[in-house]
Design a protein around this ligand. Sequence first.
Ligand code: ADP
Length: 493
Amino acid sequence: MEIRVENMLKQFKILKSLKARIFIIVFLIGMIPSMIIRYAILENYEDRAVNLRMSDVQNQLKIIANHLITYNYLHDTSSEVINAELEQLSNLYDGRVIIINSNLKVIKDTYAIGEGKTIITEEVIKCLKEGKGVSNYDKENGYIEMTTPIIEAKADEQSEEGNKKKDTVRGVMLTGVSTDNIMTTIDILSRKAMIMEILMLFIIFVIAFMLSKVLIRPFDRVTKAISEVKEGFTDEPVSVSDYLETEHIVDAFNQLVNRMKVLDNSRQEFVSNVSHELKTPITSMKVLADALLSQENVPEELYREFLVDIAEEIDREDKIINDLLALVKMDKKVSALNISVVDINALTEIILKRLRPIARKRDIEVIFESKRPVVAEVDEVKLTLVITNLVENAIKYNHEQGWVKVILDADYQFFTLEIMDSGIGIPEDSLEQIYERFYRVDKSHSREIGGTGLGLSIARNAVLMHRGSIKAFSVEGEGTTFTVKLPLNYVTA
Ligand code: ADP
């Protein structure tokens, strides 16, 4: 069953093409009205022609009915005039006239086969009784049947109530006329209409074909232009402005290309930065090693001193690699957060406890101010990276005997961590760039104090993954405040 449906869809795959759809729509819009009009005209013609024929014949029958009374035909059927009139009528309309007297006996039949017989049909009796004629069209057999009363008007006995009451129905004329010639006309008309329609069909087919081809052309151009960019023939922005729609597609495509270019550039820059950063400690080590090798009888203390330096460079290399790994891990969007319910107060306390010894070395005071207990759904490891990096920076870029203050607060939706310091501050024009990988306000100073330029990138990525925000406010020479705002409850997209 499923296979059959699939096969059917495959067969109708052509319907997925816009070109085919335009063709079908134009074709149907062209064809359907012409078919309806043809049908309506022919139907209308038949009704009108039959009605006309009915009233024509009925009028003539009324005249003859009057003559029948005048010539007393109901008692004597030998009147030449009437017989001629009847003959003429039946010839003219290819019909049959039967005259029935008040005893329901046929006194005249233009086909001369029913004379003397009795006719008892509903219409005839009704006509005799009520004095009213009726006409019926039998479409299937192609004839009209009519009854016409033969009325004798007694004008001399007129009374105040009118003369209708005095009229007497003396007999009935039962007439059948063929509608063959109407049908013939309809046949001819219908054939002509059919020829016209086939001609129209051809013209509409051509128009639909051309239109579907022309209308779709800009889309072909879009495909071609995009293919050229894809194959690498050109770097120019694509432009197909025939339709608003193609313009939108092309705009979106150009934006995508630009984004890819930016990404490519930043990737290249990142790779070159990484290489440079990794090379620096290696170069230092090489210089130190070469210095030792180039000398003979080097005293042991010098060896020791140089080896300590080399070990420091190795530590640096290790830190850079670790930071890079942390960053790369966070770059992978799929690396879903490992969300758990975390006591933020306790977590901050633990981190600060770990960092206080470093601060103490420079006589820096680290204060934690918690406005309320905060429990939030976060990735504990990543949030630890954020707080550690920010507090570490606040200590690193501080003056001796300075202070670092961490304030934790929350509302019903978010919690905020403010990390303030009394340090050197960040120049205003650098505030935008500090989150960039390897960006450092003062490269040599940062390197001296063991910075890699990756800490804030890592922190920002981790905050964004939690759908939070990070902002920096700083006055050069006075200090810096980083504000991290994170949702209390993690909501998946
Ligand atoms: P680094 O490893 O060099 O500290 P970061 O990405 O953590 O790299 O920080 C980038 C740069 O931003 C630092 O080199 C420093 O110049 C500046 N910076 C960061 N935090 C502070 C701060 N609290 N006070 C002053 N400058 C800061």
